[in-house]
Write a protein that binds this ligand. Structure first.
Ligand code: PXG
Length: 465
């Protein structure tokens, strides 16, 4: 067998990759022609590729490497745990110290009465757990018809059958005959794209009240829960108007609908608090967690559940669990990650130090002729690209055409900044320094300038009518 290593020529690695590796969310044949970028190592906020480029990672991997790359402590904890107990389950009246210790820590960090954790291997799996858990909860309470989960268009809750169904991505629903029955989607609070002539706060209320209308239409006795990201991430870092979340909380309370906050991106410091729910001022019954829980060093997700939900579920045998629920190595690494976050004051760094610095620089991107709005909470930000700021116009070209051009320029300038349609998004490692923020912003401006020139050259600087 040939030993495949970082020392092989890039083209050979790309050819082998194209031959045997199927990529998520990619058009395999296009990628095979182009060749995937081979990432070889990473340190701090920097990733390195096989061509020797040093790329500043404005996305923290995939919204997850909150403590940055190259943490020896996490590697050491993993090695120690692997030697001591690499695997054991917690199904049949057994437990182990990593699961106990991580659960205790999460109960301490999570707000209010969220004191119980059910583990999964990812955010998608955790949302599968949530779907079954809320339905089981209501069945246990003698209300088996309370089954429908209300979610939002353009939400992202994962890629499994339940995750995709709960999510509101039409392109994902189209593949595989989803959503499953019992999931209902209302509109998202995306003021830039959908606010029309309303004032932002009025628009926020209008969108929140769609939840009330949906509950009335579907029948309170048929609705189990509402699920939402405090701030939509994969949908384009959509920051709702302030009026939105307090109204949602009021409605959930009024109709006794469980509130599931999907904290997979917003959790663990991303928004300047431990959880996005604290930033937007809500009291969820269940929080979905993953990503920043282990800073991506191990695959682990879960559901943090309120005392009340845990008590009701605890009265039946909940026939649910994954081989890797409470995986000891993943749990040990996650715990060490949280300890690092505490010791280094990383949440405070986001809230009071580099977060506000990034906000100032990010919002100044509004001065760029192609940027219509710049939104940022903590260290997740987005800008809307537009040919006309005053009218909040979209481009006439298919959504994403201009965004893709800008993303390509970012890559060429050694910056990972993603596009979602014609919004550009960032979610860098939380440990980023001010100097690194300056580099990120400098490269972003250069890429926007080059992107705009190309958009004009290609005759794409045209507003949709
Ligand atoms: N909920 C939210 C809010 C997420 O952002 C998941 C659930 C699913 O987690 P797992 O661990 O199963 O992936 C996510 C994941 C993107 C992108 O392109 C975002 C995610 C995953 C993959 C791609 O922005 N978020």
């Amino acid at each position: 067998m040939t030993l495949i290593s970082n020392h092989m020529p890039t083209e050979e690695l790309q050819a082998l990759d194209a031959a045997h590796h199927m990529h998520p969310f990619s058009t395999q044949t296009d990628l095979a022609k182009q060749g995937a970028r081979v990432i070889t190592r990473a340190d701090g906020v920097w990733i390195h590729d096989s061509e020797g480029n040093q790329i500043i990672d404005g996305m923290a991997g995939l919204w997850c490497v909150n403590v940055g790359y190259g943490r020896d402590r996490l590697a050491e904890v993993a090695a120690r745990q692997m030697k001591e107990l690499p695997y054991y389950n917690t199904f049949f009246m057994t437990t182990h110290v990593p699961a106990i210790a991580l659960s205790q820590k999460l109960a301490e960090l999570a707000p209010g009465n969220l004191n119980h954790v059910f583990y999964a291997g990812s955010g998608s799996e955790a949302n599968d757990t949530n779907l079954r858990m809320v339905r089981t909860y209501w069945a246990q309470k003698g209300k088996p018809n309370k089954k429908i989960i209300i979610s939002r268009k353009n939400a992202y809750h994962g890629s499994t059958v339940a995750g995709t169904s709960l999510g509101g991505m039409t392109g994902m629903h189209a593949q595989g005959g989803l959503p499953i029955p019992g999931v209902h989607h209302i509109d998202q609070p995306n003021y830039w794209a959908e606010g029309g002539d309303l004032d932002p706060q009025e628009f926020g209320l209008e969108r929140a009240r769609q939840l009330e209308q949906a509950i009335e239409e579907l029948g309170e006795d048929n609705v189990a829960a509402f699920i939402a990201e405090p701030i939509q991430g994969a949908g384009g870092v959509i920051v709702p108007p302030e009026s939105y979340w307090s109204e949602i909380q009021r409605i959930c309370d009024k109709y006794e609908i469980l509130l599931i906050a999907d904290e997979v991106i917003c959790g663990f410091g991303r928004t300047g608090n431990w959880f996005g729910s604290q930033t937007v001022g809500i009291r969820p019954d269940i929080m979905t967690i993953a990503k920043g829980l282990s800073s991506g060093y191990q695959p682990i997700g879960g559901s943090i559940v309120s005392d009340e939900v845990a008590e009701v579920i605890g009265n039946c045998e909940f026939n649910h669990g994954y081989t890797y629920s409470s995986h000891p190595v993943a749990a040990a690494v996650a715990l060490e990650n949280l300890i690092i976050m505490e010791e280094e004051g990383i949440v405070d760094h986001v809230k009071n130090d580099v977060g506000p610095y990034l906000k100032e620089k990010w919002e100044a991107l509004m001065d760029h002729p192609m940027v219509g709005e710049a939104k940022i909470v903590g260290m997740m930000g987005s800008i809307a690209l537009t040919p006309n700021k005053e009218t909040r116009a979209a481009f006439a070209a298919d959504a994403g055409t201009v965004g893709y051009i800008c993303r390509e320029r970012c890559f060429a300038n050694n910056l990972v900044m993603r596009h979602v349609g014609d919004r550009m998004i960032i979610s860098p490692p939380l440990v980023m320094t001010r100097e690194e923020v300056d580099i990120l912003i400098e490269r972003a401006i250069k890429s926007l300038d080059e992107g705009m020139a190309r958009v004009k050259d290609e005759g794409l600087w045209v507003a949709a009518s």
